[in-house]
Design a protein around this ligand. Structure first.
Ligand SMILES: *Cc1c(COP(=O)(O)O)cnc(C)c1O
Length: 454
């Protein structure tokens, strides 16, 4: 596959270059020259295929020929030893994407990326430095994914005081080849610093740099996998039993397949809690590849530049505002540039409906879903649930099955969830991270301070 910058159709690069450099030389984001489509056979089999086989079929065309089939096969197995269950909750479905080591969906992209980088750089002796800006969850997933990988070090920038204590421990508690910078500013400041450093000629001469934000295609592409897997299942009328860490009160489990609305043969509508819009962009790739997806709901908190764009046709990036769904506090979503470059407004409007939700309604939703179904949503999943409610009860209700992505485990946001629901059982990965000591350097949100720290 060849990749172009969102800003020009010249100088295509291969997957290895797009992944390892992160950002195109002109400051644009890499996008695939075309979105591949599944074979008819794969399309028909999505409902019965194993997750790893779907991962293999989905990722192959994007990484061909730099990552050979046998390597990719091993890679997807070692990256995904955990499930992505599609569980019934009330009259809809929840796609649980938090069964990985850092309890958020970012593990899907970060674990693939770490393994892909390690393979693509085999035999290199100059070390690689990865810069990553995080609003909370990316940093932990990338740190965990790359921890101990030889020849690669990671610098994570996070907005000081705006991530949870657990997130801070996941980012700044590992040490080793992972260093953490607490930036006195917002996520957008952190992202701005990374972008500026990646295009600084002086720095590029001194260090081999890459980025691990969802601006990197190597993180984006593997996220298409769970959309196809979930949509295939729903089309076949299937759901999954609860996973080991499914946050549901005992005795409340719905039996698989029993959920109202999961009838074989109807494509799935998927609600995606969104911040930087990497996850939703990956969903659009899955749809275009031929996964049986009816459409998307883009659910944001009050940082709503994309829902506003879908409404008005005008895009205004803003300062981000702090909310209880902090991983979505993004005022200028990076992947908007990708979405715009692939599809005109009218087509985006056909595929996506946008809704934004405030903190008060997010809290009410956590309470309501817990009371009605014994199920714990995290604040991001609750934004999604509520957005789906609004559309479903509006003038154009969703036809067919509807899945909300649960992007993080509720125990990851215990400070917000527990006062509303009582204690949330924490998975083992969260319990062990809580025991780590934070070691981060504090810097002002200025390029010179950032450069000096590298
Ligand atoms: C990162 C994140 C999001 C937002 O995903 P984007 O790809 O940035 O839109 C939503 N929920 C959680 C829990 C996250 O960590």
């Amino acid at each position: 596959m060849r990749y172009y910058s969102t800003r020009s159709r010249s100088d295509p690069v291969n997957f290895a270059t797009a992944a390892l450099t992160g950002l195109a030389p002109d400051g644009g984001l890499f996008i695939p020259e075309e979105i591949p489509v599944y074979s008819e056979k794969v399309k028909r089999s999505l409902g019965t295929m194993d997750f790893h086989d779907i991962a293999f079929e989905t990722i192959t065309p994007y990484v061909h020929p730099e990552i050979p089939a046998s390597v990719l096969e091993d890679l997807v197995h070692s990256a995904y030893p955990f499930p992505a269950p599609l569980v019934p909750v009330g009259d809809r479905l929840v796609l649980e994407l938090f069964h990985g080591p850092t309890a958020a969906f970012k593990d899907f992209g970060a674990r693939f990326m770490a393994r892909a980088f390690s393979y693509l750089r085999r035999g290199e002796d100059k070390p690689l430095r990865i810069l990553v800006a995080t609003s909370g969850d990316t940093g932990g997933a990338v740190a965990d994914g790359f921890y101990g990988v030889e020849g690669i070090s990671v610098t994570v920038l996070y907005p000081k005081g705006r991530v949870t204590p657990l997130q801070e421990r996941q980012i700044a508690g590992l040490g080793g080849n992972i260093s953490a910078l607490a930036v006195e500013g917002s996520f957008d400041d952190c992202q701005g610093l990374v972008k500026a450093a990646l295009s600084d000629e002086g720095l590029k001469k001194r260090l081999t740099l890459s980025s691990a934000n969802s601006i990197n295609v190597a993180r984006l592409i593997p996220q298409a996998v769970y959309y196809s897997a979930a949509a295939g299942k729903a089309l076949a009328g299937k759901t999954d039993p609860d996973g080991e860490a499914t946050p549901r009160l005992p005795g409340k489990s719905a039996s698989p397949g029993a959920a109202h609305g999961v009838k074989a043969g109807t494509p799935l509508t998927i609600c995606v809690p969104s911040g930087n819009f990497g996850n939703l962009t990956a969903g659009l790739y899955a749809l275009k590849m031929g996964a049986p997806i009816a459409g998307f709901i883009a659910a944001t908190n009050i940082n709503k530049a994309v829902p506003d764009y879908l409404d008005t046709g005008e895009y205004n990036a803003r300062q981000s505002q702090a909310t209880i769904s902090n991983a979505m506090d993004v005022g200028a979503p990076s992947n908007f540039e990708r979405m715009k470059s692939h599809w005109p407004l009218e087509e985006l409007r056909r595929m996506i409906r946008g809704v934004h939700i405030n903190d008060e309604d997010t809290r009410k939703t956590i309470v309501a879903v817990h009371e009605a179904n014994g199920y714990f949503l995290d604040p991001h999943g609750a934004v999604g649930w509520r957005a789906a409610d609004i559309l479903d009860k509006g003038s154009e209700p969703v036809k067919g099955p509807l899945a909300v992505l649960a992007t993080a485990h509720p125990a990851k946001f215990a400070e917000t969830v527990e006062p509303l629901t009582g204690p949330v059982p924490a998975p083992a990965s969260i319990q062990s991270a809580l025991g780590r000591t934070v070691s981060a350097r504090v810097i002002p949100a200025e390029l010179s301070a950032f450069m000096d720290s590298l």
